[in-house]
Design a protein around this ligand. Sequence first.
Ligand code: CVU
Ligand code: MN
Length: 600
Amino acid sequence: MAAQGDYRLIGSLPKIGIRPVIDGRRGGVRESLEGQTMGMAKAVAELLTKNLRYPNGKPVECVIADTTIGGVAEAARTAEKFAREGVGVSITVTPCWCYGSETIDMDPYIPKAIWGFNGTERPGAVYLAAALAAHNQKGLPAFGIYGRDVQDAGDTTIPEDVKQKLLQFARAGLAVAIMRGKSYLAIGGVSMGIAGSIVDPDFFESYLGMRVEYVDMSELVRRIEEKIYDEEEYEKALAWVKQNCKEGRDPNPPARQASKERKDREWETVVKMTLIIRDLMVGNPKLAELGYLEEAEGHNAIAAGFQGQRQWTDHFPNGDFTEAILNSSFDWNGLREPFILATENDSLNAVAMLFGHLLTNTAQVFADVRTYWSPEAVERVTGRKLTGLASNGIIHLINSGSAALDGTGQQSIDGQPAIKPFWEITPEEVKKCLDAATWHPAIREYFRGGGFSVSFLTKGGMPVTMSRINIVKGLGPVLQIAEGYTVDLPEDIHYFLNERTNPTWPTTWFVPILTGKGPFKDVYSVMNNWGANHAAVSYGHIGAELITLASILRIPVCMHNVPEERIFRPSAWGAFGPVDSVDTDYRACQNLGPLYGRGM
Ligand SMILES: C[C@H](O)[C@@H](O)[C@@H](O)C(=O)CO
Ligand SMILES: [Mn+2]
């Protein structure tokens, strides 16, 4: 295992390349603009390095072109430098007129934006419009950034609206660049006919630039039996688990309950499964020291899924512990970047989790979208009325595995419950997350091989975004997004509703923000329009960032409740219709086709 905070995957982290473009005419014009143009590039680089971090916690790196770009030779030199430096996202800046198609970034795989200075001494906005027209004509989508208010020629500040767009674009662009070239590792096959676990390599290749690796679950048996894991780490992990993972009540009828000895053996197995699945994903140099050179390499998996049900769980302990711990921001080695591991090998939910993780650097909650409770139904079964945020009804998110312990809501920002990037989490908060969770023997009517499911109740009051990718034949992938809040219910209401389900699994009570229209007419409609059995829950209202990301990948967003003013997509979308129309997005995405080819 690489040291805490180190990026664990192969390939260096993509940098952001800044391209200062300029009017190429020497003998007055160019010379007068050099300082201001380079100044804009430096200011953008500083903004990005100060505000953005990679998922490993290190500040994002920017590379500025060696010179301003006045024509095609300098554009080509810059492209060469960017390729050498591992640039994955480009931002062009200019205060003046420059030669449109002669200066643009032509790499079709690099997400791109252009900031055209809003001044009038020189025509930066005229270049912006000309360059965007060229991008659109060539099918190389670019985001246009044009400040709302005119700035003076000598003003070196970046206005707030420009900053906001630069950051939103850069976050999404970096997510695209980071996932490119990585793998989704499918451990096992299709779980109980769940469509998301019919893992589709064409989707990963064409839309995400990723590959799919497939490993049979029997590989876990081999590694357990032949001790192909770091035994020292295993002892450390087991001791940590004994100390930190409280065993909760056994929900099974006495006749089905496993003996203490059997449960102890199951704990040992699930800890081994955790080390092994992590090693399968990202490799482990310790295995090379043990002579397992091939196994030490891993699968370069930025996300994975574990089939579990049923062939594994009918005989062996389930994957709930493994999934919950790997998805969390901490384990026996301390705080670290969460892994992305979907239960039931639901690769499409894994992708939603991956998007959420790369946009926020935080851990993600994987859940079944289990029940819509109308206010009337709640009153009927509990005799109590839902109030406050919950008064229009609630959605019960609950699944046996995969919910990160960060989902307890026991971390905080300004005194409010939150899920933070691992480097902002304190050891006290780790303890609080662990203390808020209990580990229950798996329900044996579902999981014949036993195991342990984590149970917790997510704190209310967190802004969260629920999202999901679905694949529709003839259309391809679509993304659905619902921004909303986690809610606290009065204890007796929670108790009644939860007891009717599987109370030894983690519960999140979710309420979407309603718009009164379409799928967001009411809470029922959000549930009724959800396209699959699962959702990924990410801390914060990140719908706008998800929309920006999806537009770069050309995945249309079929359902969202993000206000129009936060929507930011490439300029070409404007030619397909109004921003608030889903149809606009469908047609723009279809016209461009998937970022890495038209495979679907
Ligand atoms: C135990 C059950 O099979 C659950 O795992 C099942 O209802 C699901 O989670 C389906 O997504
Ligand atoms: Mn499920």
